[in-house]
Design a protein around this ligand. Structure first.
Ligand code: SAH
Length: 232
């Protein structure tokens, strides 16, 4: 999808490093081939500060300003795999940050919606996604409230740590429709305090307020989800 990237003459080298990154992710346990090829397609170097481009294809988180980070590629691949994204799925991302995760979701042919609370970060991500030809709807605001106008979602991915799954995000998951999609929408969110979080997948299993199934996976460490009340 991304036919061009802000070129600095090293495109061939970046492509080679990206292929190596995909192999690294495979060896670390990512087996979803669609996710791996999406990672293999997104020019991550364009999403990091030019001074850090050398490290863009190492499997590490990097600073993107305002005390925020672009997630480690392993984490992006892991969260994306847990959602089982299908073409045309409506996916809401909370925490646009650099825009990298949103671009990966676009490569999976999802319809992508993304919310960011830092206006400056959002403006930068917005420009970059446009330049690269990624079609993402973005919004400035508190992602813990979700984005009701475009709900329900097949998947919601939160890229910041929360103590508990925000209710609006649970309510905005698609209800199970029976037939080919027996389960409803899926929320993937790192739950826990600042010391570390457990990646958690919550699947909507019915229409009632308690019809959600929860599964826990590996530990991670994310920047915190900051809600409007925290700012006051
Ligand atoms: N997905 C990003 C990584 C983002 S880091 C990427 O691929 O680069 C987490 C982001 O969540 C930060 O940019 C932070 O500003 C944002 N964030 C934190 N709390 C938020 C909230 N309540 N609503 C929206 N964004 C939030």
């Amino acid at each position: 999808m991304a036919s061009s990237s802000p070129g600095d003459g090293n495109e061939r080298q970046y492509r080679r490093r990206r292929e190596q990154l995909v192999e690294t992710l495979r060896s670390r346990g990512i087996h979803d081939e669609r996710v791996l090829s999406a990672i293999g397609a997104v020019p991550r170097h364009a999403f990091v500060d030019p001074a850090l481009r050398d490290r863009a294809y190492a499997d590490e988180a990097l600073p993107i300003g305002l005390n925020q980070t672009i997630s480690q590629p392993f984490t992006v691949a892991y969260q994306t795999s847990l959602m089982g994204v299908q073409p045309d799925d409506r996916i809401l991302e909370v925490g646009t940050g650099s825009g990298y995760q949103a671009a990966v979701l676009c490569e999976l042919d999802a319809r992508v919606f993304s919310i960011e609370r830092h206006e400056d970060l959002l403006a930068r991500a917005r420009r970059l996604l446009d330049d690269l030809g990624y079609d993402v709807r973005t919004r400035h605001g508190d992602g813990a409230r979700g984005w009701p106008a475009f709900a329900p979602y097949d998947g919601v991915v939160v890229t910041a740590a929360a103590p508990e799954a925000p209710d609006p995000l649970l309510r905005q998951l698609r209800e199970p429709s029976g037939g080919k999609a027996p389960d409803g929408g899926i929320l993937v969110i790192p739950l826990g305090g600042s010391g570390g979080q457990t990646m958690t997948r919550i699947t909507r299993t019915g229409t009632g307020p308690h019809d959600y199934e929860r599964e826990e996976f590996h530990s991670f460490r994310f920047v915190p989800l900051v809600s409007e009340e925290d700012d006051e």
